[in-house]
Ligand binder design. Structure first.
Ligand SMILES: C[S@@+](CC[C@H](N)C(=O)[O-])C[C@H]1O[C@@H](n2cnc3c(N)ncnc32)[C@H](O)[C@@H]1O
Length: 302
């Protein structure tokens, strides 16, 4: 019975992850300049050889492959065999097997020879590593002389504003900071490592350091998005919030928040989200503004 239930819930999660991947893809479609940002800033062009370290299920790997109109060779590397299995099947579904292959391996010991890639990149990997400089040095080793190392991570950009509930907006900002601080204390991870990327790349011996930001503006009433997509996003976020409540709470407490603030946050978040999901008029006129995004920092191997 419990086995059956867990298989069902696993299938549910996989369906949901696929859905959220598709939602983010459609969100990006409304912002073609993001594709241009990556193409120009990372110098993407046909015939390139690319290594994507910490590729996970290959979302970023496939994003890069789709931006290159023509042949290219991309190798995705990750320590998690289960993620690589999904990466392989999703790459087959996207008909990108001619461009992408995957290998199991560690960021500190990439299973690729010296001077292999024109571009070695990673997205949301360094925030998990206790020694990011060591990983960037290893990424540099597999990059050709004159080639580029590109790192993409979250930084201190996120901000939230709710014109109808300034206290809630303040609470979100406070708990966001506590969460980052708590994860730093409990797990030694820097979730906002983006701000440190230029110094990390410099320490790893790279030259010509450059930086850009991919800014994501989340305005639920933005008319470029379909209402069904926005609702599906809210449902996904609600599910994630419920699933991670216990761990997230632990991190926020460790980062200095108190139990009362956390309870208040969950109560308000859940009731506000439920209201938006059931009242389309409220959703259409909602002007709360959530800003996020990714820091892109590159360096050259000389
Ligand atoms: C947040 S996910 C990012 C996945 C992917 N880069 C993306 O942007 O969709 C972080 C990934 O880093 C991988 N990872 C963590 N530590 C690693 C290590 N030491 N070597 C290689 N991969 C690692 C995890 O298995 C996970 O797939």
């Amino acid at each position: 019975m419990s086995k059956k239930k867990s298989i069902t819930s696993q299938a549910f999660t996989i369906r949901y992850l696929r859905r959220s991947r598709e939602l983010y893809r459609r969100y990006l479609e409304t912002k073609p300049w993001i594709n241009q940002l990556y193409t120009t800033f990372l110098g993407l062009k046909p015939s390139m050889t690319i290594v994507d370290v910490g590729c996970g299920t290959g979302d970023f790997t496939r994003f890069l492959a789709e931006l290159i109109h023509g042949k290219c060779r991309i190798v995705g590397v990750d320590t998690r065999a289960a993620s690589l299995k999904t990466a392989v099947s999703e790459t087959r579904r996207a008909r990108l097997t001619g461009k992408i292959s995957y290998r199991e391996g560690d960021a500190y010991n990439i299973p690729i020879e010296n001077d292999f890639a024109d571009l070695t990149c990673c997205r949301t990997l360094l925030m998990h590593l206790p020694d990011p400089v060591r990983a960037v040095k290893e990424m540099t080793r597999v990059t050709k002389i004159g080639g580029m190392v590109a790192t993409v991570e979250r930084g201190q950009l996120p901000s939230y504003y709710d014109p109808d509930d300034e206290n809630f907006a303040q609470l979100i900002r406070k708990l966001g900071d506590s969460y980052v601080e708590g994860v730093r204390k409990l797990e030694g991870k820097d979730l906002v490592i983006g701000n440190r990327l230029p110094s990390i790349l410099r320490k790893a011996g790279l030259s010509d350091i450059r930086a850009e930001i991919q800014a994501d503006a989340w305005l639920l009433s933005d008319s470029r998005r379909k209402v069904e997509d926005v609702k599906a996003q809210l449902q996904f976020e609600l599910m994630n919030l419920r699933e991670n409540k216990k761990v997230d709470r632990k991190a926020m407490l460790a980062g200095g928040a108190n139990g009362e603030q956390i309870d208040q946050f969950y109560r308000k978040y859940e009731s506000k989200t439920r209201e938006l999901l059931t009242d389309s008029e409220k959703l259409k006129h909602n002007t709360a503004f959530d800003v996020g995004g990714l820091y892109l920092v590159t360096g050259r191997k000389v």
